[in-house]
Design a protein around this ligand. Structure first.
Ligand SMILES: [Zn+2]
Length: 338
């Protein structure tokens, strides 16, 4: 008999060395309900997703929570029944905590011109939490749809998305991460900017404000959420020798490629936003780094930016840019008709 998705998820994640599926028992009922609703909405979206010819064929997609001690999000498949996206509970809590910090930072609420309530889990926190989790899920989904799992050397290999995984990678793994970031960003931007009416009641925004105000608020939230996702991985100290061997590009480099992708989306879908993004993104990112990392951590973030401006950094970015053009051309080619 075919296992249910939850049973298959539980069995496979035990094989991968985790405690299995987290059934959300022991959580406060309201939190459990929220996480179940979130899971349901992602699984419904997977079931209803449009098929694109360039997508790698996958088994039916299923998302659930992993019982584990570390923060991580994982794209994997048992190869028989399902393609999985798993998120560990510690990552869910970490994202929630980071969203609390951001929603209470006066520098952020002032920049966004938002009046948030004094409750511990306020409306801004809820919105940032949703955007961040959606980005993470979209990133893992993209690893499936871009066929990255077929390129793994071992079917049980796991990418560490959050904890630093050292120098076990290459330019090829870094390009896959940039590819997954860009693809997730593209879909999520369309979702939150085109369907923002769903969020308006949460944020107590005046519905009579001009559309450009809403566009800027939601684009800012998007940039802040992505910057905080990157900063969940502590920024590494960079050097020309090891920057090519990380599994993921360093945060500052990833941010640059993400901003290029976002600017591209704006120029096509909301042309007036592109110039606004170029003028305002760095300020938003710095505010996010300071709010999350404190002054010491923000220093490390600035060191990364300095490295990228050096000769070695410019060479590294050029390698990624050329690689990305190659990646884009080859992605899905074997699956595209003609
Ligand atoms: Zn990844």
């Amino acid at each position: 008999m075919q296992p249910t998705p939850a049973e298959a998820f539980d069995a496979w994640f035990q094989i991968l060395g985790f405690r299995g599926r987290h059934a959300l028992t022991g959580l406060q009922p309201i939190l459990r309900q929220q996480l179940q609703n979130l899971q349901k909405s992602f699984n419904e979206a997977f079931a209803a997703e449009r098929q694109f010819p360039e997508h790698a064929p996958t088994l039916p997609m299923y998302l659930d929570y992993i019982d584990a001690d570390d923060e991580n999000a994982i794209a994997t498949t048992d190869g028989q029944s399902y393609a999985f996206v798993g998120i560990t509970l510690p990552l869910v809590f970490k994202i929630s905590d980071v969203s609390v910090v951001l929603s209470k930072a006066p520098s952020i609420t002032t920049a966004l011109q938002l009046n948030v309530s004094a409750e511990p889990y306020n409306d801004l926190q809820g919105t940032l939490f949703y955007i961040l989790v959606s980005f993470v899920v979209g990133h893992e989904w993209s690893h499936h749809k871009h066929g990255h799992l077929q390129q793994l050397s071992a079917p049980k290999a796991i990418f560490q998305e959050i904890t630093n995984s050292g120098i076990a990678g290459s330019i090829e793994t870094q390009l896959q991460e940039i590819g997954a970031d860009g693809y997730s960003a593209f879909f999520l931007l369309s979702h939150i900017l085109d369907h923002r009416d769903t969020f308006l009641p949460w944020l107590n925004l005046d519905p009579a404000s001009p559309p450009v105000f809403f566009d800027r608020v939601f684009l800012s939230l998007f940039v802040i959420a992505f910057a905080s996702f990157l900063l969940l991985r502590p920024p590494e100290l960079l050097g020309a020798d090891k920057v090519y061997r990380f599994t993921h590009p360093p945060a500052a480099a990833r941010m640059n490629f993400f901003l290029r992708e976002t600017a591209g989306w704006c120029s096509f879908n909301r042309p007036p936003l592109e110039g606004w993004l170029v003028s305002n993104s760095l300020g938003l990112i710095n505010l996010t780094a300071e709010a999350i990392l404190g002054a010491g951590g923000a220093q490390r973030w600035r060191q990364q930016i300095d490295f990228l401006k050096s000769d070695d950094g410019i060479k590294y970015t050029a390698t990624l840019t050329t690689g990305l053009a190659r990646y884009r051309k080859s992605w899905g080619r074997q699956r595209r008709p003609g």
